[in-house]
Design a binder for this molecule. Structure first.
Ligand code: NAD
Length: 483
């Protein structure tokens, strides 16, 4: 099977689909600023067709009647197909998002692993038996919810789609996936692979188009029972509002301003090398980006110097070059937004130790040199707001108490890392930091088998692991009277 990448279409009821209006939009390669593909732009009629197809598949189709092992087999087949198409999918993601090809390859591997994990989970959706006071047998059933609208952002298009599609299907739901307008290509490819894997028509639908119209239409549609969203906190707030009318189930993965906490007893070179990926990975356009570093006074200067030196040496360039460590930002608008924050940091009195400008000699592509700010105080905007670009703000601290207060003084609470050789101190701080995900002496925020999500305005609900299945099931309690 050849993936359709140049003129991809949406997927509705098992068929490739153009928009009813015939409208299309251009998808741009952020490294070259050239058109990569043209994609159908859905309208309300297309959303309605997709939701009705999903609803039919859920209510009438064979999907919900498939035995668990058969449903699992469909997901295993999809995982195999993703792995078989790893190279074209990685190329598509690298070209569409501007992320380094080696990262894109890793991501596609993770997507296949995710479908495999949830294929295995199909047969492990257990209920409980409960010792009720009334004589009888009381047990719970975990049942699918219905049509799930899955709305994903542009920074990890296929990865985040898999975090939603895989558990939703494992639990027996039917889905309508909506990728971000900047990056619809791998989601459309996933639609094609889902049909090839033998999922019944209407179980996986993919529609493309702007969030404000297509996304909002999906959330409002009366036959949608559940909305799972990843994106900006402000959009999440709007989606919650739209979903309130129908009391729809909602789960949200939103923005972040995650701390990197470095105590004086750590190997600074090791911290710098390990943290590069979580500060500049995906050009800093990562919800888990450690965009504010809190570094203990004793090692503050050494850390700032070492991080700035390594940042200057970061290989910024063509995403398709296997040596590239950081590609361009997603768009010209995003680059301007990030440059705006670099200017704000300087106006606020922080010291720009490295980067922040457009790399010399770059003609095309939305490139930006990674920036390091020192002498940052907690009140500065660069220390408080989500910049979503390659900018690190480094703040000094002296003791644990003020450190914890400063770290928690944020509307966000997604991820973070703590570096110290003193395990007691690491655990003490970990217990008090208000984030959904933490790594101690390491940088990985995401483990497929473990829950992922945010405290406070970073989100609602937990994706990944067996926890995600709670987002895609209802609990039914059944009591058999034996009195
Ligand atoms: P965004 O909120 O602009 O868009 C996300 C998706 O929502 C897109 O598909 C968009 O088309 C759609 N959308 C926009 N307005 C909508 C509306 N009114 N109704 C329905 N859908 C709508 O976010 P983005 O710019 O694509 O992504 C960047 C943001 O995502 C950052 O804030 C980042 O922190 C966050 N993010 C969070 C996580 C996480 O897991 N917590 C992961 C990745 C990204």
């Amino acid at each position: 099977m050849v993936l359709e990448t140049k003129a991809p279409r949406m997927w509705i009821d098992g068929q490739p689909a153009s928009a009813v209006s015939g409208k299309e939009f251009a998808v741009v390669n952020p490294a070259t600023e050239e058109e990569l593909a043209r994609v159908p732009e859905a309208g309300a009629e297309d959303v309605d067709r997709a939701v009705r197809a999903a609803h039919r598949a859920f209510e009438e189709g064979p999907w919900t009647r498939l035995r668990p092992r058969e449903r699992a087999r469909c997901l295993f087949r999809l995982a195999d197909l993703i792995r078989e198409h790893r190279e074209p999918l990685a190329l598509l993601e690298a070209q569409n998002v501007g992320k380094p090809i080696r990262d894109a390859r890793d991501e596609v591997g993770m997507v296949a692993d995710c479908f495999e994990y949830y294929a295995g989970a199909v047969t492990k959706l257990f209920g409980e038996t409960i010792p009720t006071n009334a004589p009888g047998l009381d047990f719970t059933l975990r049942e699918p919810i219905g049509v799930c609208a899955l709305i994903v952002p542009w920074n990890f298009p296929l990865v985040i789609a898999s975090w939603k599609v895989a558990p939703a299907l494992a639990a027996g739901n039917a889905v309508v996936l909506k990728p971000a307008s900047y990056t619809p290509l791998t989601a459309l490819a996933l639609g094609q692979l889902a049909q090839e894997a033998g999922l019944p028509p209407g179980v996986v639908n993919v529609v493309a188009g702007p969030g404000g119209t297509v996304g909002a239409e999906l959330v409002r549609h009366p036959l949608v029972a559940k909305v799972a969203f990843t994106g900006e906190t402000a959009t999440g707030r709007a989606i919650m509002g739209l979903a309130a009318e129908g009391i729809k189930r909602v789960s949200l993965e939103l923005g972040g301003k995650s701390p990197l906490i470095v105590f004086e007893d750590t190997d600074i070179d090791q911290v710098v090398e390990s943290s590069l990926g979580v500060v500049y990975g995906n050009a800093g356009q990562d919800c888990c980006a450690r965009s504010r570093a809190f570094v203990q006074r004793e090692v503050y200067d050494a850390f700032c110097e070492a991080f700035a030196a390594r940042s200057r040496r970061l290989r910024v360039g063509d995403p398709l070059d296997p040596e590239t460590e950081m590609g361009p930002l997603i768009s010209g608008a995003q680059r301007e937004r990030v440059r705006g924050y670099v200017a704000v940091g300087q106006e606020e009195g922080a010291r720009l130790l490295a980067g922040g400008g457009v790399p010399a000699g770059v003609g095309r592509g939305f490139y930006l040199d990674p920036a390091v700010f020192t002498d940052v105080t907690p009140a500065m905007r660069i220390a408080r707001e989500e910049i979503f670009g390659p900018v690190l703000a480094v703040l000094p601290f002296t003791d644990e108490e003020p450190l914890i207060r400063a770290v928690n003084d944020s509307i966000y609470g997604l991820s973070g890392s703590i570096w110290t050789r003193d395990l007691g101190r690491a655990l003490r701080v970990a217990r008090r930091v208000q984030t959904g995900v933490l790594s101690i002496n390491g940088s990985t925020s995401v483990h497929l088998e473990a829950p992922f999500g945010g405290y406070k305005q970073s989100g609602l609900g937990r994706e990944l692991g067996m926890h995600a299945l709670q987002l895609y099931t209802e609990v039914k309690n059944v009591h058999i009277a034996l009195g």
